[in-house]
Write a protein that binds this ligand. Structure first.
Ligand code: ADP
Ligand code: MG
Length: 243
């Protein structure tokens, strides 16, 4: 059994051509151990979102390999990649991305329905209970607070029981108190689930087991057991220009 839930090797991703060419990821080697909670940090444009998209099979690297829960993503057909994403990978976005006309329950059931399954209420209710939303099953997103909407999105990401959950700035659209509640929830999910979270907030990184700092598309350094203070201090040093 692979101890690493996610493994990137020499992952390179570029955008644009010729003079407009941007290297978003530059031969990235990174491992995320099963059951751990990692914060991926770095300045704007350092490649955090691209890293997450490539690791989650939402985008394809130009070169290098990505392995998730023992499955090599590189070279998979779109169909097989989509199936792997559906069964093994959860993804949470900053902007919740819920369907406004569907209830919480229907939003959470959607990935199962799209997979051609007829979800009983069991797994859906269980996912909503896991994020602390029992009693809100019939509410539509507009009837829920931002924090509750993000919890619905997390329940939707968890409904198929994926071993890995990726989250790109999951608290970026929330006020700090609400964001803290979502981070506490992610903390309780770690262990059962491997969590990889992009954030630029030292408070958020303080909830993780490890912080990885990206600069110019490369992991430059790491902090084990990050705290708000140690992360903030590391970030100020990263932005000091090298001489
Ligand atoms: P971060 O999430 O750290 O802010 P991104 O991964 O979004 O950084 O972007 C890394 C670099 O790649 C940036 O220079 C960005 O402009 C560029 N980039 C990202 N996505 C695209 C795209 N779809 N087309 C062109 N350039 C992109
Ligand atoms: Mg980003």
């Amino acid at each position: 059994m692979d101890d690493q839930a996610v493994r990137l090797r020499a992952v390179t991703k570029t955008f644009g051509r010729k003079s407009a060419r941007v290297t978003a990821l530059d031969r990235v080697d990174l491992d995320f151990r099963a059951g751990t909670f990692t914060a991926v940090m770095g300045p704007s444009g350092s490649g955090k979102s691209t890293l997450l998209q490539c690791a989650a099979g939402l985008d394809r690297p130009d070169s290098g390999t990505v392995r998730v829960a023992g499955h090599e993503l590189t070279g998979l057909s779109e169909t097989r990649l989509a199936r792997l994403r559906r069964d093994r990978i959860g993804f949470v976005f900053q902007a919740f991305n819920l369907l406004p006309t569907l209830t919480a329950e229907q939003n959470v059931a959607l990935p199962l329905r799209l997979a051609g399954r007829r979800p009983g209420s069991g797994p859906v209710r269980q996912a909503l209970a896991q994020v602390g939303l029992e009693g809100r099953e019939r509410h539509r997103p507009g009837e829920l607070s931002g924090g509750q909407q993000q919890r619905v999105a997390i329940a939707r990401a968890l409904v198929s029981g994926p071993p890995v959950l990726f989250a790109d700035e999951p608290t970026g659209a929330l006020d700090s108190a609400t964001g803290r509640g979502v981070l506490e929830l992610l903390r309780t999910l770690a262990g059962r689930t491997t969590i990889v979270m992009v954030t630029h907030d030292p408070v958020a990184a303080g909830f993780a087991d490890r912080a990885v700092f990206l600069v110019d598309g490369r992991p430059l350094s790491e902090l084990p057991s990050p705290t708000q203070a140690s992360v903030a201090e590391r970030m100020t040093r990263l932005t000091v220009p090298a001489c």
